[in-house]
Design a protein around this ligand. Structure first.
Ligand code: PMV
Length: 360
């Protein structure tokens, strides 16, 4: 079993003066949701997600050796321009991971980052952003110690990403990723995400996720606050147990290709996530009237056509429409005919399952 201390390196055999790496990492959408955490960024329950393909962050990391003066030294660029307001989050991340990456203060970094999805589309860039930065930092660690195994490289990249933003650990490697210790998933851990260790049924191959943008911009309540409100939540223990049981069920559906079962778990998880928000103290609602309109239209469409389309939600008002590749045309037509009217400025993003971080 892995422990935090497995990720503390011993002395590095090599020295590296300067250079750069560039990686992209995608967003991910949880099927069984992580909601509730405890220090240091450990999940209160296990979760599983589809890794996305086109919604991603691309990050170039330039590094230059410097005299270690006891401080972190970095510039942060967003789309090529300095972005001071992103810096505190990166600084906090560096402080959290320094013990695992003891070279951090010995370099000056220029972190140049951009997203492929539109600015303030309501899609959180923290998962893809922290995953992309973590894989870049692992590339530098690998240059300092070329003997690092692939397995350790990916595990540690996910471990670091988790310390940056919990669900980011599911954006590093694999199409279907489990984060959090679960009895039915061999190798699963609270410390990092692992690739779903069973063969996923071919019906899930190239599964589609169309993100209907209902509300753009900053959320009214951050997920950090939402997670915290699960401490002392009256339904917390039952919810955490339910997540374990739903993970068992969705594992079976992913393997057998039972789409009906898959849909019932995914939609129940989405509504349970929002039910937890509505029953927190203080309570809050992130869905908007158009979120509900869309959900009702999806249910009607499914009833009438029998097509296996379902929705999920993250911590916001946007709706993710999930469906197999063989119904793309019909579903896109349905979106254009009926759902676009409920999207802000008629906008939606077409994505699908992807495989994780990519090196340039
Ligand atoms: O990783 P965070 O702190 O942004 O939390 C993500 C929480 C949800 O998106 C609502 C659920 C999940 O498992 O991704």
């Amino acid at each position: 079993m892995s422990k935090d201390t497995d990720f503390i390196p011993s002395d590095y055999p090599e020295t590296v003066a300067s250079g750069s790496f560039e990686w992209s990492a995608p967003s991910n959408i949880a099927l069984v949701k992580y909601w509730g955490k405890f220090e240091p960024q450990l999940p209160a329950n296990p979760s599983v997600s589809f890794t996305l393909d086109t919604c991603k962050t691309v990050t170039k990391l330039e590094y230059k050796k410097r005299l270690n003066d006891g401080n972190f030294s970095f510039d942060l660029l967003f789309e090529g321009q300095p972005k001071e307001d992103f810096k505190p989050k990166i600084l906090k991340f560096f402080e959290r991971v320094e013990i695992y990456l003891p070279f951090l203060k010995a370099y000056h970094f220029t972190i140049d980052t951009r997203n492929t999805f539109p600015h303030s589309s309501g899609i959180a860039s923290s998962a893809s952003g922290m995953a992309a930065l973590s894989v870049n930092l692992m590339s530098l660690e690998k240059a300092l110690d070329p003997k690092i195994s692939d397995d350790h490289f990916w595990k540690k990249a996910s471990f670091l990403a988790r310390l940056g933003s919990g669900s980011a650990c599911r954006s590093v490697k694999g199409e279907v990723v489990v984060w959090g210790k679960h009895a039915g998933i061999p190798g699963s851990s609270d410390l990092f995400g692992v690739e779903f260790p069973f063969d996923v049924h071919p019906d899930f191959r190239n599964f589609q996720d169309t993100i209907l943008l209902v509300e753009k911009g900053q959320k009214e309540v951050s997920s950090t606050v939402g997670h915290e409100l699960m401490a002392g939540h009256p339904f917390a223990e039952t919810r955490f147990e339910q997540a374990h049981s739903n993970l068992d069920k969705i594992r079976n559906a992913l393997v057998s290709g039972d789409l009906e079962h898959f849909i019932s778990i995914v939609e129940s998880e989405a509504l349970t996530l929002h039910a937890m928000m509505m029953t927190s103290n203080p309570y809050f609602i992130l869905m908007k009237p158009n979120t509900l309109e869309i959900i009702n239209r999806i249910w009607k469409f499914r009833r009438e056509t029998g097509l296996p389309v379902c929705f999920t939600l993250d911590a916001g008002a946007n709706v993710h429409l999930l469906y197999p590749e063989n119904v793309v045309e019909k579903v896109l037509q349905f979106i254009k005919d009926e759902l676009v009217a409920y999207c802000k400025n008629g906008e939606y993003l077409c994505d699908r399952i992807g495989s994780g971080a990519q090196n340039f």
